[in-house]
Design a protein around this ligand. Structure first.
Ligand code: NAD
Length: 313
């Protein structure tokens, strides 16, 4: 008697991906490694070469990507870029079938998806915001933290896709449409505030004659500790690395969106506005492509020396 034929493994959905930059390149590599067929596009075709060698298809336009995929992910710099990719005859909305799915993982605001939801009402589109934390290193490692705003059924259905890019323990459904964007903006706001505050106290302490390593150890052991002091600042203190994997132009974009969000809900945010201005000063001084931690250099210049820890050989 022949044994019953095992059921065919269910085919993984084809993922369309638009935006293969610092973040998107790592995220797509991990989707591909997890077995998801990919259709990709970017303004820079060369950014897709490795993926295409691995079997991904190229879409000439966002419309083509959407039409060739079961769901589309965007990972783009700013809300303007997201709107540009979505709109028009060659935009992704034109390529999505009725009932299609679009997940925007950019750090953005709800306006673009909200406008689509209103304009395309009746087409049954599934739209989610799912921005991420974890830097380009986390994107490359498939260990992003993901904050999802949208319907619970969509989140559950798309979980295997998110798990290919993120840490399963930190893929969070944070609320309805727009909640993902809001959570992400608040995380960045707080982290950038920690960055400025840390640069300030390290510089003043060192100027007052305290050894940098001793000062940092004391902060870590105190109630003033933070992840920035205990972990993230080390890339500067030990390696002089201000994280060019995240451009200060994008950090300024996030801070602007965060202050705008506060304005839209009627909250005065004196501290957030000040942090935004300090970041804008650093951007003007060091250029758009300088790393997100470059504001620390403003304090280093005032101090007259770099903040570097002497690491025992
Ligand atoms: P990036 O500038 O490195 O990449 C963006 C990519 O989008 C580029 O390759 C660009 O060519 C492409 N693009 C722009 N317009 C396009 C269009 N019309 N059609 C197709 N492709 C287009 O940016 P990134 O650092 O990868 O960041 C992407 C998003 O993720 C941003 O919203 C950022 O704030 C957020 N983010 C970044 C980091 C980080 O550490 N880099 C961390 C968390 C979140």
């Amino acid at each position: 008697m022949s044994s019953p034929t095992p059921p065919l493994a269910e085919a993984l959905p084809t993922v369309g991906f638009i935006g293969l930059g610092n973040m998107g390149s790592g995220m797509t590599r991990n989707l591909q490694a997890a077995g998801f067929p990919l259709v990709v596009t970017d303004l820079r075709r060369e950014s897709a070469e490795e993926l295409i060698a691995g079997g991904a298809r190229w879409g000439e336009t966002p419309r083509e990507v959407a039409a060739m995929s079961d769901l589309v992910i965007t990972m783009l710099p700013t809300p303007k870029h997201v709107a540009a990719v979505a709109a028009g005859a060659e935009g992704l909305i034109a390529g999505l079938p009725d009932g299609g799915t679009w997940v925007d993982m950019s750090t953005s605001v709800p306006d673009v998806l909200e406008a689509v939801r209103i304009e395309q009402a009746g087409r049954g589109l599934h739209l989610l915001d799912a921005p991420v934390s974890g830097m380009s290193v986390g994107a490359a490692a498939g260990m992003l933290q993901i904050f999802i705003g949208g319907d619970a059924t969509d989140v559950a259905r798309l979980r295997p896709v998110f798990e290919a890019m993120g840490d399963p323990e930190r893929i969070l459904h944070v609320g309805g449409h727009g909640a993902g964007y809001a959570v992400k903006l608040m995380i960045n706001q707080l982290w950038f505030s920690h960055l400025v505050a840390t640069a300030e106290v390290l510089s003043v302490g060192v100027a007052a004659g305290v050894d940098l390593g001793v000062l940092r150890d004391a902060l870590i052991a105190s109630p003033a500790n933070s992840t920035f002091v205990s972990r993230d600042v080390l890339s500067i203190l030990d390696n002089g690395d201000y994280d060019e994997g995240f451009a200060i132009a994008l950090a300024c974009k996030d801070l602007g969106l965060s202050v705008d969000l506060a304005r839209s809900v009627g909250m005065p945010v004196e501290l957030s506005s000040l942090v935004e201005q300090i970041f804008r000063r650093a951007r003007a001084q060091y250029g758009d492509h300088a790393g997100e931690m470059t504001p620390v250099r403003l304090y280093e210049e005032l101090l007259g020396r770099d903040l570097r820890r002497e690491v025992a050989a």
